[in-house]
Design a protein around this ligand. Structure first.
Ligand code: SF4
Length: 215
């Protein structure tokens, strides 16, 4: 089993209604609820984020296909929305997408592009059904081990480790599961260790720069 993302998405919420900070591998953004639901509309709400996922995947899939074919279709637009209905006591979501090609497209191309759009990876994931597994921890439930030198701390939460082997195969100078004190913070420059920790797919590893703790 291998996770799709190299680094897990990380989200936090405080008491400010309903501002969530979502960290992804190259930055952060805010998710919020609309004003009518008690939020401040500071960022996209969860339904919008779900629709953004399928809309962007559809556009990217079409762009890849069109470029491979060498067709001249410079701009593609999509409108996406969803509705919920209750069928036999279960809530069911339908997502509708309208794809608009703003340049001339033949009838044959249009039919083929509709087929390609329907095959985008996120559509397939959603249509095949998703199992959501949520594990709940209190901070005190998880063991936290620090491996430190004067400059940095490598923090390891063993319960989160998915044994992907990525850390110790890619940076054996620092990570060696054969020995008890398996992380050596002196084994490589701090920057290289930080870079490797960012590739941990489970979030088991994190990095603290003691001179600049927020970095
Ligand atoms: S700590 Fe992270 S990178 Fe290392 S084996 Fe565990 S999951 Fe993989």
């Amino acid at each position: 089993m291998e996770y799709i993302l190299d680094k897990p998405l990380h989200g936090t919420i405080g008491t400010e209604k309903y501002q969530c900070t979502i960290e992804w591998r190259n930055g952060k953004f805010i998710s919020d609820e609309p004003v009518k639901a008690g939020g401040k509309e500071l960022g996209p709400d969860p339904n919008t984020l779900l629709l953004s996922s399928i809309a962007s995947c559809t556009l990217i899939t079409l762009r890849m296909y069109i470029d491979r074919k060498g067709w001249i279709i410079p701009e593609i637009a999509v409108n996406a929305n969803s509705y919920l209905e209750t069928i036999e006591g279960k809530k069911r979501c339908t997502i509708d997408q309208d794809v608009l090609f703003k340049s001339p497209v033949t009838d044959e191309q249009k039919i083929r592009l509709q087929e390609i759009a329907a095959q985008c990876p996120i559509s397939k994931i959603l249509e095949n059904g998703i199992k959501v597994r949520t594990f709940v921890f209190r901070d005190t439930d998880t063991k936290v081990i620090h491996y430190s030198n004067e400059e940095i701390s490598v923090v390891w939460r063993p319960e989160f480790c998915q044994h992907s082997t990525r850390c110790w195969t890619q940076l054996p100078e620092v990570f060696d599961p054969k020995i008890k004190k398996w992380i050596n913070p002196d084994g490589a420059p701090a920057e290289r260790i930080d870079q490797q920790i960012r590739k941990c797919p489970s979030g088991a590893l994190s990095f603290i720069n003691k001179k600049n703790p927020g970095s």
